[in-house]
Write a protein that binds this ligand. Structure first.
Ligand SMILES: Nc1ncnc2c1ncn2[C@@H]1O[C@H](COP(=O)(O)OP(=O)(O)OP(=O)(O)O)[C@@H](O)[C@H]1O
Ligand SMILES: [Mg+2]
Length: 312
């Protein structure tokens, strides 16, 4: 039977999820929760199992094992109860090639008892110029924008966006970020997948880093970074006369690295290290160029977790 959720329940609760395709363990024991009104991100490289996980949550795939509750509904046994309440933007959406943008929107609207006006969605996703264009003639980024618009047709309380910004130009990407943050401001919940660290940092309240069907780490961006990196790097353009040995001896410093003509001095005490660098430079009669502080990023976390960069 379907049970209704209360406000305190997480909107998504997955535990021990497995989905195997023959020998491939696409999802291999995944558990996480998403509280209402938050944006949750699944971040990981190609083949990590993100889409498979999302499609199980959407009720589109049957898992081999695990419990899945979405909006209080057991999506494995009652996927139909979910449909009217969620919005889905698939990674590879088939979009009725011969229908125009507005025709597809109107068609999708007709599936639901309650829907947002097509014009509103056209405007939201900046498709005004293309409203009468057949979907087969849209560019990749425009198609992606239409796919997101279709996910919002039924005014859903929970929205799944599988790599929503892939193929979008920087302006469209930023516009989509604003849409996602707008959904959150309205109290809706969003689950998105992405390859883009920056996107995850900007949008996600919490995120899970996935690889090979596993969640390697889960938390807020801050937590993920500070769990691994207590240090920050003081950086400046290389000063010939200032050797690594001298830098390593400065207060708080643990290591020194060189990257594209830049010196990175890893330290637990940023202020003391900057003071020592300035003093040493003054002693040499030079001024450090492009002096700044770099904190670890999600990219560094992923590299540290897997030994490889997330994107090629
Ligand atoms: N229908 C299927 N049949 C067989 N194997 C599949 C199927 N769907 C996915 N897989 C395999 O499961 C693994 C996870 O795929 P999935 O699409 O979930 O990854 P992903 O994290 O979404 O990757 P991407 O970033 O490329 O979208 C991959 O190894 C993939 O080849
Ligand atoms: Mg995918």
């Amino acid at each position: 039977m379907t049970t209704t959720s209360t406000a305190a329940d997480p909107v998504i609760r997955v535990s021990g999820l497995h989905k195997h395709y023959g020998e491939t363990r696409a999802v291999d024991g995944v558990s996480f929760e998403v509280p209402a009104g938050t944006v949750f991100g699944l971040l990981g490289p190609n083949g990590a199992g993100k889409t498979t996980t999302v499609e199980v949550l959407e009720g589109l795939r049957t898992p081999d094992a695990g419990e899945v509750r979405v909006l209080g509904i057991d999506t494995v046994h009652h996927p139909d109860d979910l449909k009217a309440r969620i919005g889905v933007s698939l990674q590879t959406a088939a979009l009725y090639p011969r229908l125009t943008v507005v025709e597809v929107l109107d068609l999708f609207r007709s599936f639901y008892p309650r829907s947002r006006p097509s014009d509103e969605l056209v405007e939201l996703m900046d498709l005004g110029e293309k409203r009468a264009t057949r979907t087969q003639d849209l560019s990749g980024g425009q198609r992606q924008r239409l796919s997101v618009a279709l996910a919002l047709v039924n005014d859903p309380e929970l929205v799944f966006l599988d790599e929503p910004t892939t193929g979008m130009d920087p302006a469209a990407r930023r516009a989509l970020w604003a849409v996602v943050l707008g959904l959150k401001a309205e109290g809706r919940t969003v689950l998105l997948t992405t390859h883009y660290m920056e996107e995850a940092e900007v949008l996600c309240d919490r995120l899970a880093i996935m690889d090979h069907g596993h969640i390697l780490e889960e938390g807020t961006v801050k937590e993920l970074i500070s769990r691994r990196f207590q240090e920050r790097a003081v950086r400046f353009d290389r000063i010939e006369a200032l050797g690594d040995e001298q830098l390593t001896a400065m207060p708080g410093v643990s290591s020194v690295k060189h990257e594209n003509g830049e010196v990175l001095v890893y330290t637990r005490d940023v202020a003391a290290t900057i003071g020592a660098v300035l003093a040493a430079a003054e002693g040499l009669g030079v001024e450090p160029e492009n002096l700044g502080v770099r904190r670890a990023t999600l990219e560094d976390v992923f590299l540290d977790l897997t030994g490889r960069a997330l994107r090629d």
